[in-house]
Structures are given as structure tokens and as C-alpha cells.
Design a protein around this ligand. Structure first.
Ligand SMILES: O=C(O)CCC(=O)C(=O)O
Ligand SMILES: [Fe+2]
Length: 222
């Protein structure tokens, strides 16, 4: 399937920006099904499979810069940072750039950058409950997750659980990681986790960032 005739405005379903912004304002998180165009999902899914095949994925860790640590007891995915190297990546990143512009125009978030990686969770992998950004060092402001695995089986596990900001024990939603589904939430306040998956699970996790360089200390990009 070719994506070359696809224009960036067709990458996300019509009306997604408005729905997403309303949900972020109302509750701090958004989940939509059939949001990412099927042809784009396919292309990204195949690209991630190819990257895995040629061993271009690295074990994911936690913490940024010098604090980066491998912790298989916390997260078990393998990742590859998006870098515009394919038409599919360029389309996805351009769709996110447009979403960033909408978020800045309506919510005045001052987002200045988007970073994203492919993530492959092998069977058995999970990512324990966490926040994507710590208060005080607010680099990541808005998180996005695009799901790429077609026909996710009903018994596949691997759901992303969203918890209440004021009560990290209270479950608000379970997101089935089926191709086309797109989730977005406030990085500093929405606890979430990936339940153990029973099938290989493909996604793109990404973050809109604000410049967090404070007092001359350079914030590491990753
Ligand atoms: O893949 C998901 O559903 C969420 C991944 C996640 O929380 C992260 O990479 O920070
Ligand atoms: Fe996360």
C-alpha cells in the first residue's frame, strides 16, 4: 500500500483536533479510535517490523541524559527515535506539527518541539504506572500515543490504563492498542501504564515539549 499521494491533512481523521482539544480541557486526556489513516498506520507498522528485523531497535530505559537507566522491571519495550528517514515518518511528524500548532493557538501552551519513538513491546512486556514528566522539570507537556498493530486480538492484553490525576489508584480508561487508535494526555498529571501484552505490540509514543533549560543547565533532548 502506498502513502505517497497522501497529504498531511489526511493523516488524522477530520475533526480530531477539535475533539482532542475539548477532551484535554475537560479531563486532561483524549482517546480516539480510527484516527490515524489506515494506509499510514500500515506503512509505519511495516517500517517498525523492518527496523526490528535489521536490529535497529534499542532497549528502552527510564530517565533522561546521564540519568538514563535500563530497567526491565519497569519497562520492556524496544525503541527507535523518529528522524524523518521515511515518507511515513515525515507524514506522521507533519501531522503532529499541525496538532502542535492547534494546541498552541487554542491553549497557549507554548509547545516548541515534538520528539517521538517507535516502540515494540514483545510478548510479556509492560510499562509500569508512571508520569511522562516530573513537575518542576516540565519539559514534556503533552504526550501522544499512536497505535499500529492491526486487528488487535480481544485477549491480547497490552492495554494502556489511564488513572485519575488526583488518585493514581483510580482507573479511568483502558485503551486497546489497535491500529488507528490515538491517545493524547497531559504529561505532568496523567498517570498511566501499559499492562503486560500477550502479543507483539507496536506504537509510536511522542511528546510535545516546552523549553526547560533552567538557570543555564541545558535540558538533555532525550
Ligand atoms: O504505549 C503506550 O500505550 C504508552 C507508552 C508510554 O507510556 C510511554 O512510552 O511513556
Ligand atoms: Fe508514558
Amino acid at each position: 500500500m502506498s502513502i505517497s499521494p497522501m497529504s498531511p491533512e489526511d493523516a488524522l481523521a477530520p475533526g480530531t483536533h477539535i475533539e482532542l482539544i475539548d477532551a484535554l480541557v475537560e479531563q486532561g486526556w483524549y482517546v480516539g479510535e480510527k484516527v490515524i489513516a489506515p494506509a499510514l498506520c500500515d506503512a509505519l507498522h511495516q517500517e517498525l517490523a523492518m527496523l526490528k528485523e535489521v536490529e535497529a531497535l534499542e532497549e528502552a530505559g527510564i530517565g533522561r541524559g546521564r540519568e538514563h537507566l535500563l530497567r526491565k522491571d519497569i519497562r520492556g519495550d524496544a525503541i527507535h527515535w523518529l528522524n524523518q528517514e521515511s515518507e511515513a515518518q515525515r507524514l506522521y511528524l507533519e501531522a503532529m506539527r499541525r496538532l502542535q500548532a492547534s494546541l498552541n493557538q487554542t491553549l497557549f501552551l507554548g509547545l516548541f518541539e515534538y520528539e517521538a519513538h517507535f516502540a515494540h513491546y514483545p510478548a510479556g512486556a509492560f510499562y509500569k504506572r508512571h508520569l511522562d514528566s516530573f513537575r518542576g522539570r516540565s519539559n514534556r507537556v503533552v504526550s501522544t500515543v499512536g497505535y499500529l498493530t492491526p486487528d488487535w486480538p480481544f485477549d491480547g492484553g497490552g492495554e494502556m490504563v489511564i488513572y485519575a490525576a488526583d488518585d493514581a489508584e483510580r482507573e479511568l480508561a483502558r485503551v486497546v492498542p489497535n491500529a488507528g487508535t490515538f491517545a493524547c494526555f497531559l504529561s505532568e498529571s496523567v498517570p498511566h501504564e501499559v499492562l503486560p501484552t500477550r502479543y507483539p505490540r507496536s506504537s509510536i509514543a511522542g511528546w510535545f515539549r516546552r523549553n526547560a533549560s533552567l538557570g543555564g543547565v541545558l535540558d538533555p533532548a532525550r
